[in-house]
Design a protein around this ligand. Sequence first.
Ligand code: SF4
Ligand code: SF4
Ligand code: SF4
Length: 259
Amino acid sequence: MKTPATANGISRIIFLLITPVFFQFFAIGFIWHSIYWGVITAVVLIWGFFILISPLFGRIGCGWFCFMGTTMDLAGRYSLRTVAWNKPNRWVRLLILIPFFASALTFYAVNKSQGLTHNFSYSPGFLKPEFTVHYAWVWTIDIASAILFGLLLERRWICRNLCFMGALCSAGAHFARLIPLVDPERCTLCGNCEQACPVRIPITGYVRDNQGLVTNAECIMCGACLAVCKKNAIRFSWVWNRSRLISQRNNHLAIIDSE
Ligand code: SF4
Ligand code: SF4
Ligand code: SF4
């Protein structure tokens, strides 16, 4: 099924192209800066939304909108290394999250004690020239590092190891109700979907051991696996009760085996 992958490609191109514009007018106050100044900015609202919906829709923010993710996936096609699936390290993620929030909150407390936060207001339409230059640099450095990491390291290395938004979305996506679901009776375990997956998720392992429920919190819901499956064995599906579906599928197999 190509539709989700096509829609995903269009969404990614649009957001990759509009990001520089967005940076110039709305980026003031990336999440760290927003805490630092004590203001709710467009970036906070957008990523707060994606984090909030991750227990339902998984990591669609990472797979459909983030310009860094798109750049890494494009660069990853020419990757100089072929690395198999590696689980993210939760401790590394925690080590990123703690200093990130601790430093931002510390600066906020210092600013507040000095009265610097009192008159600060978020007015994205009136960026000072130095901020415009600042975010142009941020964008350039982000894109350059996404290309470099995409070429040199395993797929989506930054997403798995460095990005705190990835860590928060991943925590929510552990409970995602919309997931890729494989029909084990159609699947031939050919592995094409795994090869196409930008995150290298071991989909066939989920067919063997999890009755086809791809319950991997690193899945970015891009639809690449659906597009390459010649057997139409995989689709996005709402699964409200995972254990019930697994036991239904187990029972179904037991009946077939006994016949
Ligand atoms: S983990 Fe971070 S860098 Fe990767 S796609 Fe998500 S938000 Fe973007
Ligand atoms: S591409 Fe389709 S048939 Fe092949 S392993 Fe993936 S889901 Fe199964
Ligand atoms: S499992 Fe499928 S939907 Fe999820 S990231 Fe991989 S290719 Fe995209």
